[in-house]
Design a protein around this ligand. Sequence first.
Ligand SMILES: NC(=O)C1=CN([C@@H]2O[C@H](COP(=O)(O)OP(=O)(O)OC[C@H]3O[C@@H](n4cnc5c(N)ncnc54)[C@H](OP(=O)(O)O)[C@@H]3O)[C@@H](O)[C@H]2O)C=CC1
Ligand SMILES: O=C[C@H](O)[C@@H](O)[C@@H](O)[C@H](O)C(=O)O
Length: 336
Amino acid sequence: MNPALGKFMLARTPKSILDPAPTMNTAIPLNTGASIPALGLGTWQSAPGEVKAAVIHAIEAGYRHIDCAFCYQNEDEVGEALQDVIKRGIVKRSDLFITSKLWCTFHTRAEEGLQTSLDLLKTDYVDLFLLHWPVPMNPKGNHPLFPKHDDGSRDLDNSLTHIQAWRNLETLIKTHPEKVKAIGVANYSVRYLEKLLAQAEIVPAVNQIENHPLLPQQEVVDFCKAKGIHITAYSPLGSTGSPLFKDPKVNEVASKHGVGPGVVLLSYHLARNSSVVPKSVTPSRIDENRKLISLDADDLSTLDSISKNGVTRFIYPPFGINLGFPDKTEGVDISG
Ligand SMILES: NC(=O)C1=CN([C@@H]2O[C@H](COP(=O)(O)OP(=O)(O)OC[C@H]3O[C@@H](n4cnc5c(N)ncnc54)[C@H](OP(=O)(O)O)[C@@H]3O)[C@@H](O)[C@H]2O)C=CC1
Ligand SMILES: O=C[C@H](O)[C@@H](O)[C@@H](O)[C@H](O)C(=O)O
């Protein structure tokens, strides 16, 4: 049986990762039978000229999971880094967990999107391929990644739904299991997941969502847990210029454990059985971000209290679409 046909397999109940203490490469089971390393290096906004050194440094420091996307326009350089560490014998390809994502203008061209990323990354396969957003965009518009109408609004592709885009990923993994080991989604709310699961043949292995103490997204985390869909937390530090490093409660927990606030923000996800993909191009931060710790129930309750007066979402592209998240209700509902 194709191992990606997760719908037909019982999701394994992940063992608690609080005891024993999690490490950066704690293997968290996916519904495919494979597992994902708890910590990955994010690469969005890592500038060409910087990202190759960052990926090499991370892999030399023990990272085994790299989060990439065609839309980040730096997969070529990430690929150079992968080639470098493999050629020097630091790791084998099979030691690594590489994620890429199908960009919105490629929803009708899943195979082309995958092959383009494989060529740039200089690898024969990805461990995980995600539908980057549930929003198809015009593949023949005025820009290959961010097509816009004359009024500046995003040029969406109304000829297919996100569910048809998912079907294209299902076809891809069935026809090319040697090139893509698991498929998943990103930026899916409960509403969009419900519509997707009603028609999907393969349950997504992963839902990658913005997640941090200012945006706990408990409803989608709980829903995914019930359906055997693993959560990967993106923008876990609060993205570029995050206020979370100065948050008094984050710092209270950090002082208690004698670690920096970044370590607390990353460890929060391990306590929830999620994986986490912080971005950095700074060697000392790439090193610091490996030092994951076990947080206790008091720590989690302190961190959860940060959003009690309201949540903050840092990443919400101007698609003009209501993506079904309870904190964002404007825009058109295209859940299907
Ligand atoms: N699926 C999706 O739609 C999305 C996926 N992602 C993924 O998640 C990754 C992480 O999210 P991202 O939005 O980049 O933001 P993060 O929350 O990872 O924050 C990155 C910022 O924090 C800084 N930083 C990193 N570590 C530390 C530290 N220990 N102390 C102080 N500052 C630190 C980085 O600076 P510097 O690099 O200068 O060190 C950078 O400015 C992305 O790179 C991408 O791979 C992100 C957004 C959307
Ligand atoms: O993964 C990172 C994010 O999703 C990013 O790719 C989008 O937010 C993009 O900049 C956009 O404007 O649509």
